[in-house]
Write a protein that binds this ligand. Structure first.
Ligand SMILES: Nc1ncnc2c1ncn2[C@@H]1O[C@H](COP(=O)(O)OP(=O)(O)OP(=O)(O)O)[C@@H](O)[C@H]1O
Ligand SMILES: [Mg+2]
Length: 255
């Protein structure tokens, strides 16, 4: 197996007296979909916010391709190739798909010192990405406000790809989606991995996770309590790991 893209070691996060995470060790690999599971408040979002540079860890170390990294902002994480798609998505409704994909990093040319947007280049690039993702969106000029939830996820994924993200993190991307849209987003997740991205997916939907994830990690009360490759587990076991009924978790929680 190749070396992991990202290695987290001994990650802890405290908010005042509250310990949201402690002692989390995790490897994240390119070409793999890794699911993070756990009950409400288990620490999943806190963990990915650390990876995304949204807040610093209290303890522990992150390494990308063997080199220690310290993120002081989401910009630092983005520069290191990490794109995070939060549930709120942060797209601009009144801008087009292409404008959203290039937001903040528009392609420009200068004519006699006057900057002009390279609209056609941007539109063509977005068109190519949408086609590659098989997103079924025909017009990159359409306003994002006119899109469905699943199509918006596709736009957010395009933006991540356009940033050349090496790790794409998605926090409950299908929570608000209907069945057909969920299927689409799940297949986009697989496409990202097939493209060589590392993908981290947070989901409460066990069936979705079994469909797309290669590996599953369960968090409970701020600790990583289990890690399983899909072929070595089943939904019943994962549920018992999440609820704490599993003997491994009981043994761990005695310590
Ligand atoms: N900014 C914050 N300040 C204080 N406490 C926080 C903060 N963010 C998270 N927490 C606490 O940290 C713990 C872990 O929260 P987190 O959001 O990581 O859980 P989660 O696993 O993502 O849960 P969910 O499935 O409900 O999204 C919770 O007890 C939460 O109240
Ligand atoms: Mg969360």
């Amino acid at each position: 197996m190749s070396a992991p893209f990202l290695v987290a070691k001994g990650i802890a996060k405290r908010f005042g007296a509250l310990t949201a995470l402690s002692g989390v060790d995790l490897d994240i690999r390119s070409g793999e979909v890794l699911a993070l599971l756990g009950d409400n408040g288990a620490g999943k979002s806190t963990f990915i916010k650390i990876l995304a540079g949204a807040h610093p860890q209290t303890e522990g170390e992150l390494k990308i391709e063997g080199r220690p990294v310290a993120f002081s902002s989401p910009k630092d994480a983005a520069a290191a190739g990490i794109a995070t798609i939060f549930q709120e998505l942060a797209l601009s409704e009144n801008l087009s798909i292409a404008e959203n994909v290039f937001l903040g990093r528009e392609l420009k040319r200068s004519v006699l010192g006057v900057p002009f947007l390279k609209r056609k280049e941007m539109r063509d690039r977005v068109d190519a990405l949408l086609t590659e993702l098989d997103a079924h969106i025909s017009d990159p000029e359409a306003p994002v406000g006119s899109l469905s939830g699943g199509q918006r996820q596709a736009v957010a994924i395009c933006r991540a790809l356009n940033l050349n993200a090496r790790l794409v993190i998605m926090d409950e991307p299908t929570a608000a989606l209907a069945v057909a849209e969920t299927r689409k987003v799940l297949s986009l997740t697989r496409r990202l991995a097939a493209r060589g991205c590392a993908v981290v997916l947070i989901s409460h939907n066990i069936a979705d996770v079994f469909e797309v994830a290669d590996r599953m990690v369960v968090f409970r009360r701020g600790r990583k309590v289990a890690e399983r490759v899909k072929s070595a587990t089943n939904p019943e076991e994962i549920v018992s790991l999440i609820t704490g009924a599993h003997p491994d978790v009981r043994a761990l929680e005695k310590t």
